[in-house]
Design a protein around this ligand. Structure first.
Ligand SMILES: C[S@@+](CC[C@H](N)C(=O)[O-])C[C@H]1O[C@@H](n2cnc3c(N)ncnc32)[C@H](O)[C@@H]1O
Length: 261
């Protein structure tokens, strides 16, 4: 599905009835996701910082570190949103960083960040409006492909991983950052209360949101692939030596895969 905008008279994207079902099964999931991120783009970064208790940027930096970036690497950040992971990769000094997303409002924020002055050796990320399920790049165009909190939001995660494999060069790396469940049962319960009952209220208020984005968020996490399934999906897509790194007690996990050299 290419970047298209469905006019809607209602700002609501996810109703309580929609979320009683599995949101990943919604036939028009792609259009809903676009409308939802279009509605919250202006407060997306602030909500991320506040509701991760300022951990989200550390999670992104750790994902970058796992990829062992070289100065000759070309990096693709898929579903880049407002560009925070693309900027974290740029800070590691690769040859180039390209971000792709299908929500124009998110890319506008990313482009504003990219326009800031940067030290020598830190490339300016470039951004393209495109669907990550049909990437507008030739085979073997990148050394690293990343996706943070994005794979859960695409319509077809398996097809997306196959696209990542296609555009990666030999010895390439893929890193996926996604929410997960803490292993400790007490932390799991506390995290569940926070994600399902506190964050949806405070994040909705902060964004002035009527799309239902922050009610979709915990529902989309609980109905998405768990850590083990994600590792199996990476292996199915042809990635080798898959390893996973729980972050902040396992609230988040970075999954790393490799292309044979
Ligand atoms: C939760 S945001 C993540 C943004 C960013 N990666 C970050 O670390 O904050 C998810 C992003 O995925 C994008 N997205 C979802 N499905 C997509 C698709 N099929 N193609 C391109 N972008 C997509 C949305 O537009 C949104 O910007």
């Amino acid at each position: 599905m290419m970047a298209h905008r469905t006019p809607s008279s209602s700002p609501r994207v996810w109703s309580a009835a929609d979320l009683a079902n599995d949101p990943h099964m919604a036939k028009d999931k792609g259009q809903r996701i676009q409308r939802m991120f279009g509605a919250i783009a202006h407060r997306y970064d602030l909500n991320n910082r506040l509701h991760s208790l300022w951990r989200d940027q550390a999670w992104r930096r750790r994902s970058v570190q796992l990829c062992r970036v070289r100065s000759t690497d070309d990096v693709l950040d898929a579903a880049c949103g407002t560009g925070d992971l693309a900027e974290a990769f740029a800070a590691a000094g690769p040859s180039s960083v390209c971000g792709v997303d299908f929500t124009e409002e998110m890319l506008e924020v990313a482009r504003t960040k990219a326009a800031r002055k940067r030290p020598a050796g830190v490339p300016q990320p470039t951004y393209r409006l495109a669907d990550v399920m049909t990437l507008p790049f030739d085979d073997a165009s990148f050394d690293i492909v990343s996706i943070a909190f994005g794979l859960r939001n695409v319509t077809d995660p398996r097809r997306t991983l196959a696209e990542f494999r296609r555009v990666l060069r030999p010895a390439g790396r893929v890193v996926i950052l996604e929410f997960s469940q803490p292993a400790n049962p007490v932390l799991r319960v506390l995290n569940g209360i926070y994600c399902e009952h506190v964050m949806p209220v405070t994040a909705t208020l902060l964004a002035g949101d009527r799309s239902g984005a922050y009610r979709y968020l915990p529902r989309s996490v609980s109905t998405f692939a768990d850590r083990e399934t994600l590792a199996a999906m990476l292996a199915e897509a042809g990635f080798k030596d898959v390893s996973q790194f729980p972050l902040t007690f396992g609230v988040c996990t970075a999954s790393l895969g490799h292309v044979a050299g």
